[in-house]
Design a protein around this ligand. Structure first.
Ligand code: ROI
Length: 168
């Protein structure tokens, strides 16, 4: 496979249907995307839901891909993976089996109706910032500056590292 291209970061989140399995399986599927290669991922985290209360805790992680897909083609590919996990687009900010957010696409800033990069909520969400920092501590966020400047000052109780899985 020839890839070469842009480093893209994808946020993974799940809080339904065995969330840890959903996220681990999605990492494998990201590695299998056309014209793309998984070049790393953060540890998995548990997190308290941001948004409407009364939904289960989430599992979150961030993956890095090297891809020669353009940003919109990558978004389409991510949505196909979400659908294969039974994702139904329902209530805004409701529970979901698998959510894949295109967080960053190289150093590009994209503002189209269906795709905004960097992801508009990225700098507000510890469940994205902390795993992104594990993976790429020196990252610059286009239009926002150094990732480290956006990190929460102290670790919150709403985000915790999950143990490595026994089966890798
Ligand atoms: N809350 C957490 N903790 N993790 C998520 O991935 C997540 N995703 C969402 C909303 C509903 C905003 N809340 C979340 O889309």
């Amino acid at each position: 496979m020839r890839v070469g291209g842009v480093a893209a970061f994808v946020g993974l989140g799940s809080n339904l249907g065995q969330p840890e399995r959903q996220v681990r399986q999605a990492l494998l599927e990201l590695d299998g995307l056309a014209d793309s290669r998984l070049t790393g991922h953060s540890p998995l985290y548990g997190s308290s839901p941001v948004g409407p209360p009364g939904q289960p805790d989430y599992v979150n992680a961030v993956a890095r891909l090297e891809t020669s897909l353009d940003a919109h083609a990558l978004l389409d590919a991510l949505q196909a993976v979400e659908l294969s996990h039974g994702r139904v687009r329902g209530e805004r900010w409701g529970a979901r089996t698998l959510d894949l957010d295109l967080l960053l696409y190289g150093d590009r800033q994209i503002d189209t109706p269906d795709l905004k990069v960097p992801h508009p909520q990225l700098h507000l969400r510890a469940f994205v910032l902390v795993p992104l920092h594990d993976l790429a501590p020196d990252l610059e966020l286009p239009g926002l500056g150094p990732l480290v400047d956006q990190l929460p000052r102290r670790p919150g109780r709403d985000l915790w590292r999950l143990p490595e899985s026994a089966d890798g």
